[in-house]
Design a protein around this ligand. Structure first.
Ligand code: PHB
Length: 393
């Protein structure tokens, strides 16, 4: 090859670099929006620790591209999330968005992802309809109906006939309340009262008192990760555990992050959920050990796993596209992707872009001196029941 020929190849390469708008850039920017301060900061703190662990284990380069996380703290406030997302899109020109600690922030940003035509990976929030708010949303967390419908079935099989429900009065709480009630009443159970507690001021005392007075077999509860400790403390203070009224619900209320400080009175509580730090797989044991080493004093919860898996989804999608950040190509790569998470086998439903995962029934037990949710029954490959019900109509 002569010199002139080589020069012309080099020039051609330069031209190609200059014209390929997204493909040519050497960095993939991921705008991460999470609550890192405020009363729900633990959600974002856990999810971010999961994301960072994934990067520490897998490096920050994929398919020749450097993956740069641009992290913003939205405090779990929808308006802040929207403003920060706008900045990330317009000023930082991010290729993807990820995070979303709570449903209102995901709702606020979904239209911006649609307008900007960039994938939005939801790693925390759990209201079913989030994935319907934008065709660019892909979820690695969970939906509340996944676990709420399954705990209803378990309760029916285990002699629970009358229930009072207490949920946080917003998206995931209402999803939990409705899906629990649907499955529980269909199987012959009775929901005596449906109570909704305001998200902003987590004083559950009046609701717990009212529930106690109704004398149900169990209280079904959904409170978001971060409020579980307060809820359980007030439940125990009222002696409800002693009154023969069980606590059941999705596993947010026995959050691995707070479970150890809840006290032994919580032992025996049965919940349905997607993740336990005690999940018995080699993958999870390695994940928990590495997480604890990187974050002294913390134990990973389901939000950490959502963050970890969100990064996996982004990394593997980029591998499939060869580093191309074209959003349609990335979304196509994400749809149907399946892998082994620390929580067990999971996949992305190619039709709905929502997560398909095992839901486990677990009982709080003391193991090696710590309180854990010990899984004893598995419902495999659960799709979001709320979307399945819509399809059936
Ligand atoms: C939500 O806002 O969607 C959310 C937050 C915390 C949870 C579950 C759902 O534990």
């Amino acid at each position: 090859m002569n010199r002139r020929y080589l020069m012309s190849i080099a020039a051609g390469a330069l031209v190609a670099f200059g014209t390929g708008p997204v493909f040519a850039e050497g960095t993939v920017k991921v705008g991460v929006l999470l609550a890192l301060t405020g009363p729900l900061q633990i959600i974002g703190t856990q999810a971010l620790a999961g994301m960072k662990l994934y990067q520490a284990q897998h490096g920050d380069t994929v398919a020749g591209k450097k993956i740069e996380l641009i992290i913003k703290d939205d405090g779990a406030v929808a308006d802040a999330s929207k403003r920060l997302a706008q900045e990330l899109i317009v000023r930082d020109k991010v290729n993807l968005l990820a995070g979303f600690s709570v449903t209102p922030t995901a709702f606020a940003v979904a239209p911006l992802a649609t307008k900007a035509k960039i994938p939005m990976v939801v790693t925390c929030a759990g209201t079913s309809s989030i994935t319907e708010r934008s065709p660019y949303v892909v979820r690695t967390s969970f939906t509340l109906p996944q676990s709420s419908s399954i705990i209803a079935e378990w309760a029916l099989k285990n002699g629970v006939k009358k229930v009072v429900s207490i949920v946080s009065d917003y998206g995931p709480g209402i999803d939990a309340e409705k899906s629990f009630k649907g499955a529980f009443t269909k199987g012959g159970g009775e929901v005596m009262e449906e109570l909704r507690a305001p998200l902003a001021s987590p004083d559950f005392a009046p609701f717990l008192q009212r529930a106690r007075d109704a004398k149900p077999d169990a209280i079904f509860v959904f409170v978001p990760s971060g409020q579980a400790g307060t809820f359980v403390k007030q439940y125990i203070e009222r002696g409800i555990d002693q009154a023969g009224i069980e606590l059941i619900g999705p596993g947010d209320v026995t959050d691995d992050d707070q479970l150890n400080s809840m006290g032994d009175q919580i032992i025996g509580t049965v919940t349905a959920h997607l993740y336990s730090a005690y999940h018995q797989s080699a993958k999870n044991k390695a994940f928990v050990a590495a997480f604890k080493k990187a974050n002294p004093g913390m134990r990973p919860n389901f939000m950490a796993v959502g963050g970890y898996d969100g990064m996996h989804l982004i990394y593997e999608a980029l591998k499939k596209t060869g580093g191309d950040t074209d959003s349609q190509k990335l979304l196509a790569a994400m749809k149907g992707m399946a892998w082994e998470s620390p929580r067990g086998p999971i996949s992305i439903d190619p039709e709905t872009r929502d997560i398909i995962q095992n839901i486990y029934i677990r009982r709080v037990e003391k193991k090696d001196g710590e309180l854990y949710n010990v899984e004893f029954e598995t419902f495999e490959a659960v799709k979001d029941p709320a979307k399945e019900a819509k399809k059936a109509k």
